[in-house]
Structures are given as C-alpha cells and as structure tokens.
Design a protein around this ligand. Sequence first.
Ligand SMILES: O=P(O)(O)O[C@@H]1[C@@H](OP(=O)(O)O)[C@H](OP(=O)(O)O)[C@H](O)[C@H](OP(=O)(O)O)[C@H]1OP(=O)(O)O
Ligand SMILES: Nc1ncnc2c1ncn2[C@@H]1O[C@H](COP(=O)(O)OP(=O)(O)O)[C@@H](O)[C@H]1O
Ligand SMILES: [Mg+2]
Ligand SMILES: [Mg+2]
Length: 365
Amino acid sequence: MAGEKRRFAIGYALLPKKENSFIRESLVNLAKSRGVDLVKIDRERSLVDQGPFDCVLHKLYGEDWKIQLADFRSRNPNAVIVDSPDAIERLHNRISMLQVVSELKIENQSETFGIPKQIVIYDQETLFDNQAWELLKFPVIAKPLVADGSAKSHKMTLVFNRDGLNKLKPPIVLQEFVNHGGVIFKVYVAGEYVQCVKRKSLPDVSEEKLKSLEGSLRFSQVSNLPTHEKSDDTYYKMMNLEDTELPPQIFMTDIAKGLRKAMKLNLFNFDVIRDTRFGNRYLIIDINYFPGYAKMPGYETVLTDFFCDIMILKEREKGLLEECSQKKMAGTDGRQLLNCEEEVRKTVTNSGCSDGEEKENSIQV
Ligand SMILES: O=P(O)(O)O[C@@H]1[C@@H](OP(=O)(O)O)[C@H](OP(=O)(O)O)[C@H](O)[C@H](OP(=O)(O)O)[C@H]1OP(=O)(O)O
Ligand SMILES: Nc1ncnc2c1ncn2[C@@H]1O[C@H](COP(=O)(O)OP(=O)(O)O)[C@@H](O)[C@H]1O
Ligand SMILES: [Mg+2]
Ligand SMILES: [Mg+2]
C-alpha cells in the first residue's frame, strides 16, 4: 500500500530452550509495533530456502550451521548476520574467551581490571606436575576448557587441595578462586546498550575454612540457581545482594564497549567479580554469547531498540546503494564509481569500528 512503511524481517535460529525463554509474546509484540517481524527459522529446512530475511539472529552450534550461514550470506549479501560465527567461536574456549581482556586499554584512575590467574591442563600427568602449579594456589576452580553450551561445559569443581585434583577430567582450565563477597556482576550488552546486574555466587573461602574442607566441591550454574536451593545447602548460604554496591557504571560500560569492539560481537554478557583483597579490582571470569536476556530488566525494549538500530542501518545502506546505481545510470566517471557499493557497505556496517571511531547506530559485522 502506498505510503506504508517497509517492514523488517528478522529470522531467528535458536535451540528450543532459548526460543522458549527469549521469544516471548511481549518481545514479539513490541518489535512488531515498531516494524520488526520476528520469524522462526525452521532448523529442519535449509536456511537459503527460507526468508527473505533482512537479518538473521542465531545461537546454534556446529559446522553444518556455519556452512548454512556462509551460503545464506553469499546469496544475500545485504542481510545482516548477528553475529558472525567466527567471532562467536572465540567464546567456545575458556582460554581464547578471556585473552581478549588483556587487549583492552581503558583509562581509569580509580579501578583496575583483569582476569584471575589460570592455566590450561590437557592431560592427567600435567595436572600433578609441580611446575604447572607454580603460578596458582588453592583454592582453584576447574572449568571445562570447552564452553559450547552443553550441560557438561558448565560443570565446575572448586578444588581446595591436591586430593581434589584426582576427580578432574582434562582438558580443563584451572583458575584461581578469588574471594569476592559471594556476589557476581553480570554485564549484559546488546549493541550499544549495557546493563549491569547482581547475582548470587559462591561464598568466600577463608584460610581457616580451607584447611578443614574436603578435597573438592562440584557445582553448576550457581548464578542461575533459585535462592532456596542455595540456602539449604551446607556450603551455600544466603548472600545479601542488596548490601552489595554495583561497580561504577562508566567503568563497566567502558569495558563492555572495549570487549564489543575487540570481539566484533553485539550480543553477549560477561561475568565480573570484585576482588575482596582490593575493593577496586575487578576480574572478568566468563563471557557468554547471546545470554539469557529475558532475565534482564526491560529486555523487550532493549532488544527492540537493538533490532531497530539494525533496521536504520539497513535503510541507510539501501539509500546509499541506490545513489550508487543512480550515479552509474547517469554515466558518472567510472573511477569515481569504482567500488561504490563496497564503500557503502564498509561505511554502513561499521567494519571500521575497531579503529576507534564509533558511529551512531553501529552494528558490528
Ligand atoms: O537460558 P539462561 O537464561 O539461563 O541463559 C544462560 C546464561 O545465563 P545468564 O544470562 O548469564 O544468567 C548463561 O550464562 P552463564 O554461563 O551461566 O554465566 C549462558 O550464557 C547460557 O548459554 P550457554 O549454555 O553457555 O550456551 C545461557 O543459556 P541459553 O539460554 O543460551 O541456553
Ligand atoms: N575465578 C573465580 N573466582 C571465584 N568464583 C568464580 C571464579 N570463576 C567462576 N566463579 C564462580 O563460578 C560460577 C561459574 O563460573 P563461570 O566461569 O561463570 O562458568 P559458566 O560458564 O558455567 O557460567 C561463576 O558464576 C562464579 O559464581
Ligand atoms: Mg558464567
Ligand atoms: Mg558461561
């Protein structure tokens, strides 16, 4: 119909659990009211046979999906894929995941940040090798090296002494357990948007307590456990989230922006703890692709704004591409037109974002 605004279609490819938590009616309706239709991608059918989509939103694992996305991309060069599978892959390994933190340069006088001391162990022999232990002291957390979203990849062991090492199954990352007052901060990022929330974590382990504790303790997804499950347990106890102060907002936002640029990702969160030995030292312990946004206050608005940013970007790209073809039709000097389309895509998709200049409505692709 004449004068009717163009609608924008976002195809989503998610596992059933994620679809249930993320694709809520409240999100679908808000997006719809702002011109964005969220359309389910049928995982039983080939992606290139579906659509048309202006954007593909996804959290699926495996080579087959990567090939499907590459096919889709070559046939639909104007569609945005959020996010690039290669960029996401960095988060599937707990070493490469945190390497990016050391690349960040953030100017801040009063707070510092980093990651806990950690080593990677590939086999049982190295686990008991004293050399490997020069860097670390107990307690440590053993984390599966792979972070591929499986239940297994979330199974952690808090190890109090050498006895506790026997049950570990490499490949694992051994990370120093840092006392942090039983509260972690989850910083959610969606494009330009950043929000930090508090969650329950493991309680501190004092030097005295360490001596009396048995070899190890297994746990999984502690920040997602309902409160009552923790208060009943002998190890977990009620932590008072209200009493914990959030880290300075500007500091978290700077780290979030730095990570986003360095990783070229739009949708992620990261877990931060505050080292109780120094009240102003923050450690990043985990980065997750496409986390549980529905748990974030105001998630519908935040995500819809993000979708609209992509839409604005696509419209701008379309306008500029039309200008290119008009110039072509008008027979403008060929040299001026050389790579016109390519230039437009570079500008609009903000591939230059990593050079420090952040543009409005930028989406990292
Ligand atoms: O489902 P939720 O809400 O628990 O979200 C999980 C995240 O919880 P969070 O938002 O950080 O509290 C969760 O974060 P944590 O690893 O628990 O810090 C993961 O991102 C998880 O994805 P995956 O299993 O690693 O692929 C996320 O699981 P999926 O929804 O992607 O399966
Ligand atoms: N180095 C650490 N020091 C103290 N607690 C930690 C450390 N690493 C992880 N934890 C605790 O263990 C939980 C799970 O670890 P995390 O690396 O976030 O794995 P997952 O990917 O399963 O969320 C964290 O939410 C936090 O409560
Ligand atoms: Mg985590
Ligand atoms: Mg994680």
